[in-house]
Design a protein around this ligand. Structure first.
Ligand SMILES: Cc1ncc(COP(=O)(O)O)c(C=O)c1O
Length: 319
């Protein structure tokens, strides 16, 4: 943590000095909203944040879903600026951003509504979430014994802190059973998504992914790849499917800000397609990396560029 800076409620502060009070409401009960955003280095000293406005809009939508927006003192533009400032303050031209909106300390009852709403932005270097080899060769996944909670139980369109217990349970179970990642079904047995990624399969040249009316997060990488596929004239379908179709797919991949575009070569000890990164996955993955690194024209609208000016001379506020 040495020398790490975070943006907290409008000021850049030393992360070590700005420890969270132990009676922070979100820490106890898990109602908070967050985002995961990546910045990619475009050339030395110059970075670009991928789909920054879309991520901040989803953060505010997550807050709105659970009424955390009442008492939120920052606008979308201010939070977007905070993301860039946090990268600069930490000397990161590439990295992962983690804005969190949380209920601060005050009253401790579950129903407390008057505690202050705080906003924090952290940034760190993060390599390939499911491994460099995973990006090239594909990963091994399993269908989880845990189910994605249904519409009556959670707000799957919100990226909300406490909801990730379900993901953590599924991930821990998968890894302890020797898999890299877990894929979760819904209560009807349809494929939803992985623990922190949306899922796509390819069958007979069609790119297929579960529709947004199901209990899945509206992933920004998912939306990106659907747009890119349409631009590349790859047929797409958003429809429900169960595990049998997934086992018989020609290709499967997971996508998300952290995992980017990661092929799946095996599910529940069944080889998927050729058992390696397939041709359409390769094409979409290459297009994705070309876009985020600014190498593909026509997609600049998704990149928010920034420079590493005076990165280390940032003046810290007292906490
Ligand atoms: C449960 C879940 N699904 C899907 C995604 C992918 O979303 P995005 O592409 O916006 O990062 C994430 C990551 O944010 C996630 O946590």
């Amino acid at each position: 943590m040495a020398d790490v800076k975070i943006w907290l409620n409008g000021s850049m502060v030393d992360a070590e000095a700005a420890r969270l009070p132990h009676l922070t409401h979100t820490f106890h009960y898990g109602l908070g909203a967050f985002e995961g955003i990546r910045a990619y280095e475009q050339k030395p000293g110059h970075g670009a944040v991928f789909r920054l406005q879309d991520h901040v809009a989803r953060l505010l939508a997550s807050c709105h879903l659970v009424t955390l927006d009442r008492g939120l003192a920052f606008t979308a533009a201010e939070i977007a600026d905070a993301c860039i400032e946090t990268l600069q303050a930490n000397g990161l031209s590439a990295g992962y951003l983690r804005p969190v909106v949380y209920i601060a300390d005050g009253a401790m009852g579950i129903g407390a509504t008057k505690n202050p709403i705080h906003v924090m932005v952290a940034a760190w270097k993060w390599g390939a979430y499911l491994g460099e080899e995973g990006l090239r060769q594909g990963i091994r996944a399993c269908i989880s014994t845990f189910t994605r909670p249904g519409h009556h139980s959670t707000m799957s369109k919100g990226k909300l802190t406490g909801q990730y217990i379900n993901s953590i349970l599924a991930k821990r179970e998968a890894v302890s059973n020797g898999y890299d990642e877990a894929i979760l079904l819904n209560e009807q047995g349809h494929i939803t998504e992985a623990t922190g990624e949306n899922i796509f399969m390819i069958k007979d040249g069609v790119l297929i992914t579960p529709p947004l009316y199901m209990n899945i997060l509206a992933g920004i990488t998912r939306a990106t790849l659907l747009d890119v596929a349409r631009d590349l004239k790859i047929p797409v379908a958003e429809r429900p499917f169960a595990r049998d179709e997934l086992y018989m797919a020609d290709e499967v991949f997971l996508c998300g800000t952290a995992a980017e575009v990661t092929p799946v070569r095996e599910i529940d000890r069944r080889t998927i397609g050729i058992g390696a990164r397939g041709p359409l996955t390769t094409q979409l993955q290459a297009a994705f990396f070309d876009i985020v690194y600014g190498r593909r024209s026509g997609y600049d609208r998704w990149l928010t560029p920034f420079e590493m000016t005076a990165a280390r001379d940032v003046r810290l506020a007292a906490v």
